[in-house]
Structures are given as structure tokens and as C-alpha cells.
Write a protein of this length. Structure first.
Length: 185
């Protein structure tokens, strides 16, 4: 039986997760958590994680779905490794792997890491810098993440990047923001 194309279900998934029954107002963290949950379900990943970075490239907020509370700190540390994030940060492009752990073992990572198979990592690329990283792990359907999953997740991440970029712009001092807006015209 053919696997349904996630693009067909995208509008309904987004509507259900963002419009139906949302208590108002949501904190930025709650909004990111709901966004990550919707994306994880949309591409049928078992786990999802989102690292928001500051301008120095340090992860300042880590959100995950699918991991138990005890695993969160360990997963955050694991996903922050240069072996996992380095290629995405340098290339600003998504990475899709059939077996993340096999890739990491071949680069000398210790064997006691949490088991993770299929992987789709996408940088959240702002105008000038990477503002975060999205990790989707363990596709629920055999065969790993597909090019369609990458496309769908990439579009959602691009929208998030625009939102985070504009959020940072409005947090800047007024004079700097006015100058940036003037340069954009």
C-alpha cells in the first residue's frame, strides 16, 4: 500500500495544531513547542527537537517532542555536537540520513549515545545567520525520510526562520531597527 503524501495533509495538520483550541495568549516557547509537534506529526517522525541559537551561535533554548523528560538534557547535549550540527551550520542546507548512529560511529562517537536511526536536520537560516536547527528523528515508516519530507519540513522551517528573524529585529534597539528598515527599502 502506498504511503500517503504528507503535502496532502499539511493544511489540515497546521490548522488543527495552530487554530483549533489554542489558549490565548501563547508564550514564544509554547508556540515553538506546538510548531515542532505539528511538524513532527506531519512528516511522521518519532522524535523532534528544535535548538534556538543566539547571535554567537550558542543554543539558548532547546525544545523537544517524543523524548521523555529524563532524556531531554542528554539529547540536547548530543544534538549540539559538532558531528551532528557542523555540516548544517557550514552548508546552511538540510541533511537527510538513513542511519544517524552509523554516521556518528564512523566519525568516532562513543557507542553509548541514544539510539537514533533515520534523521532529517534542517538549519533555521535567518537573513544573515543561522538562528536555530530542527532535528527530526526516526521516521515511523520504513525507508527513512523522503525528499518530500525534506521539502515539506524545509518550507515550515523557512516560515519559522522568517518569524524568528523578524522577532529578533523587533528586539533590537529602535535606532538600529529604523536603520535596518531604511536599508531594506
Amino acid at each position: 500500500m502506498a504511503t500517503p503524501d504528507p503535502m496532502i495533509h499539511m493544511p489540515a495538520t497546521i490548522s488543527e495544531d495552530f487554530h483549533d483550541g489554542i489558549p490565548a495568549p501563547l508564550s514564544p516557547r509554547d508556540l515553538l513547542t506546538r510548531w515542532l509537534g505539528a511538524l513532527t506529526r506531519l512528516v511522521r517522525a518519532r522524535y523532534g527537537a528544535l535548538g534556538v541559537m543566539n547571535e554567537a551561535g550558542t543554543v539558548t533554548d532547546f525544545i523537544s517532542t517524543g523524548f521523555c523528560e529524563a532524556e531531554n538534557a542528554r539529547i540536547a547535549e548530543f544534538l549540539a555536537r559538532p558531528e551532528v550540527t557542523g555540516t548544517m551550520l557550514r552548508s546552511r542546507r538540510p541533511i537527510r540520513l538513513i542511519d544517524l548512529m552509523q554516521e556518528l560511529r564512523s566519525s568516532g562517537c562513543p557507542p553509548d549515545d541514544p539510539p537514533m536511526g533515520s534523521f532529517l536536520g534542517i538549519p533555521i537560516a535567518g537573513r544573515e545567520v543561522i538562528v536555530g536547527l530542527v532535528y527530526l528523528v526516526e521516521k515511523e515508516i520504513p525507508g527513512g525520510f523522503t525528499p518530500t519530507d525534506e521539502l515539506v519540513a524545509g518550507m515550515a522551517v523557512d516560515a519559522l526562520a522568517l518569524t524568528l528573524d523578524h522577532s529578533r529585529l523587533f528586539q533590537q534597539p529602535t535606532a538600529h531597527r529604523d536603520r535596518t528598515e531604511e536599508e531594506a527599502r
